[in-house]
Design a protein around this ligand. Structure first.
Ligand SMILES: NC(=O)C1=CN([C@@H]2O[C@H](COP(=O)(O)OP(=O)(O)OC[C@H]3O[C@@H](n4cnc5c(N)ncnc54)[C@H](O)[C@@H]3O)[C@@H](O)[C@H]2O)C=CC1
Ligand SMILES: C[C@@H](CO)CCC[C@@H](C)[C@H]1CC[C@H]2[C@@H]3[C@H](O)CC4=CC(=O)CC[C@]4(C)[C@H]3CC[C@]12C
Length: 366
């Protein structure tokens, strides 16, 4: 991947390229990676917006495929210089079975690694998650920690377990010899809660607020900090890592990086109000309206109902014991590792991130 003034020649593959984060990574690559010749977008479901990207100077190749199918992954990876693996099953609501989550997140990631090895692709960027660290089952706070902060990463839920296992596979694969004999260089990015244009849960809260008379009711104490990061900055980190993995292989190979920017430290609900407030909603209560034990009871009832109704229908509300525990446990990061290792600075200021998200929320329901 040596720098040159010649015609663009790099081939990138983005798995999950039609998802919330994946779309931003795809668009960011087209804007910010001048050495790109071809961009392969691999996803289970291809989006219609891909069509509009086909008229630009970079060849955009949509590939409908499943990461759990090793042969489909190998075909997509073959000839790519860099793979950005964002595809994943993001489910903390009990929509998918633990087996399916494992298959997509762990087996899918193993397939991506093996495809790189078999086809000679040397650079692999994996979208991990803050969830590989915590909040843990003990509900211990992680207060403005960094990549080296000691913390017991104990999980019972299939989503964090699968992301942690997949991240381990990616990091262990660093240094493996790929076809042709050169070493594979891998690293993992760990976003905290991502927000921005396309964030469906934000939209769900907005619609719920509208239904409740332009109000939301506080359920989480304002003192519980929840880490959030703007999707454009997460995408920018992916682009930078993909670019710097070759020249800085020695330093960056096998490393993990939290994704961070200048988004303020707030509770999950107070942070959402930064966008939902200007859209006309207000958060009722300076303290949670219901005590924690009652919320946990409701969350447990939801889980029970989900189990009882499963043979008939899928009941998967946002509130369950796991989501309540995450929202109720402080987890925030404070680090400059990405800046030190590959010169990352957020591309979008907090003000820009906020404005873009507000405009999206306002437009998303029309
Ligand atoms: N949304 C968030 O707050 C965070 C997300 N992440 C990670 O970021 C990545 C992207 O997440 P989001 O964009 O939020 O989710 P998303 O659900 O919007 O995007 C995931 C994409 O992967 C695709 N996909 C799922 N199963 C697939 C399969 N078997 N084969 C091929 N493609 C498949 C989906 O069709 C979707 O387009 C995931 O790996 C997730 O674990 C990490 C931290 C926070
Ligand atoms: C108790 C409710 C009262 O309003 C609020 C419930 C909010 C939850 C649905 C969210 C709170 C925290 C979110 C998770 C967090 O941001 C970390 C995540 C990282 C990921 O890799 C995937 C998404 C998520 C698990 C995210 C999901 C939604 C919440 C649980």
């Amino acid at each position: 991947m040596a720098e040159s003034a010649e015609a663009p020649k790099l081939v990138y593959l983005v798995t999950g390229g039609c998802g919330f984060l994946g779309e931003h990574v795809v668009r960011m690559l087209l804007e910010q990676e001048p050495r790109l010749r071809e961009l392969r977008v691999f996803d289970l479901h291809l989006s219609s917006w891909l069509e509009e990207l086909k008229t630009g100077p970079v060849q955009v190749t949509p590939i409908q495929g499943d990461v759990t199918q090793a042969h489909q992954v190998a075909a997509a990876v073959s000839g790519a210089h860099v793979v950005i693996h964002t595809a994943g099953l993001v489910d903390v609501f009990g929509r998918a079975s633990p087996e399916t989550i494992y298959k997509v997140n762990v087996q899918g990631t193993q397939n991506v690694i093996e495809a790189c090895v078999q086809t000679g692709t040397r650079f692999l960027v994996y979208t991990s998650s803050m969830e590989v660290v915590g909040p843990n089952v003990k509900g211990q706070p992680f207060y403005r920690g960094n990549e080296d902060t000691p913390y017991e990463a104990l999980h019972k839920h299939p989503y964090p377990q699968s992301k942690a296992q997949a991240e381990r596979l990616v990091l262990q694969a660093n240094g493996r010899k790929v076809q042709g004999g050169l070493p594979l260089v891998t690293c993992a990015l760990r976003p905290t809660g991502i927000y921005g244009e396309g964030h469906q849960i934000m939209r769900d809260f907005y619609l719920q607020g509208l239904r409740l008379g332009s109000r939301l009711f506080r359920a989480i104490p304002a003192s519980v900090e929840h880490g959030r990061v703007y999707v454009g900055n997460v995408a920018w980190m992916h682009v930078l890592v993909a670019r710097e993995l070759e020249p800085r292989a020695e330093l960056m190979g096998g490393q993990v990086y939290f994704c961070y920017d200048k988004s303020p430290y707030k509770s999950y609900e107070d942070f959402n109000m930064e966008f939902l407030g200007p859209c006309g909603l207000r958060l009722v209560g300076t303290r949670p309206l219901l005590p924690y034990w009652l919320l946990m009871l409701l969350a447990t009832l939801n889980a029970l109902l989900q189990w009882l109704l499963r043979p008939l229908l899928l009941y998967a509300p946002l509130l369950n014991p796991y989501t309540l525990a995450i929202a109720n446990t402080t987890f925030t990061v404070s680090t400059n590792k990405a800046q030190r290792h590959f010169g990352y600075e957020p591309l979008f200021s907090w003000e820009d991130s906020r404005t873009r998200t507000i405009l999206w929320v306002q437009g998303s329901t029309q």
